[in-house]
Design a protein around this ligand. Sequence first.
Ligand code: IMP
Ligand code: MG
Length: 338
Amino acid sequence: MPLTVVVGGWFGDEGKGKVVSYLGLVDKASICVRTGSINAGHTVNYGGRYWKLRIVPSCFINKLTRLMIAPGALLKIDVLFREIEETGSRGRIWVDANTGIIEDKHVESERSNEYLMKVIGSTGQGVGAAMIDRVLRVLRTARDFPELRDLITDVSREVNEELDRDGNVIIEGTQGTFLSLYHGTYPFVTSRDTTAAGIISEVGISPRLVSDIILVFKAYVTRVGAGELPGELSMDEVVTRGWAERGTVTGRPRRAAPFNIDLARRAIMLNRPTQIAITKFDALFPSIRGRRRWDDLPVEARRWIESVSEVLKVPVTLVGTGEDSMDMIDMRREVVGP
Ligand code: IMP
Ligand code: MG
């Protein structure tokens, strides 16, 4: 259990924020590292409050967890400071000296790029434009900004040392497998590799140190922006099924399709997870809302989960049944042992 990587199995918005916040609390994470950038919105509901996060790690609800931003991540300074205040994480959050900094010029350049905005459906947060500068080696990083001086640490060293002490580290991936720059539905993808391998590369961790990869599938598939979505339903049908959602960052309506086993198989191949988390299971079986024990699920719901485990040959160990981080059925002890 010491190093757990949480990866999205679809096109983002699978509920990684919920899974990461749950694991951070229950597994008493000592460090939680956020990868990716501010185009990804992670939602955390806990104790009757909710937060939309674009850079602060979703483990912040555990006040004992040290929060870190990966060297391969990119942040915008105003977004970081706003979220530090909203989450009360001042004093326990760190940024790597190499973390990329998105400036206003990157946002402007992206928003005036018709191809990105109209054809690809970019979120327009400047992430791709900043990545261009990173590759050209002209992007400024956290070390270049005096206002970040007190937050800077060596994130890969901190994580490696924590693992040597047998501490529990969670790495929070962003977006989903099929938005990967290399393995997704190119060119309708984001500007980074969103698979497990890409996520650990952003942190600076050897693949040998990974103990668990948890692949998160929402109980149905959603996508914002352009690109193929197999089995896509009409918006009327999406609303009828109660699957209507809006993007956390952009507010755009999300397209939706039923759980897709072929897509899931490919996500399994690309990430080789040790476990699967299913989120929003109450969207398929409303009567299970808020249940926290496997035995409290009706037989049809249990069969659905069991058949996913069987077909994908990876155990489903976590099942989200409601919005709160703690609305989770956790079968890790039963399925994989203590
Ligand atoms: P960009 O990475 O903001 O340029 O967006 C490129 C594509 O990835 C667009 O289709 C976006 O809607 C999608 N995308 C980027 N980040 C997210 C996310 O966090 N959730 C869902 N879709 C995303
Ligand atoms: Mg999201």
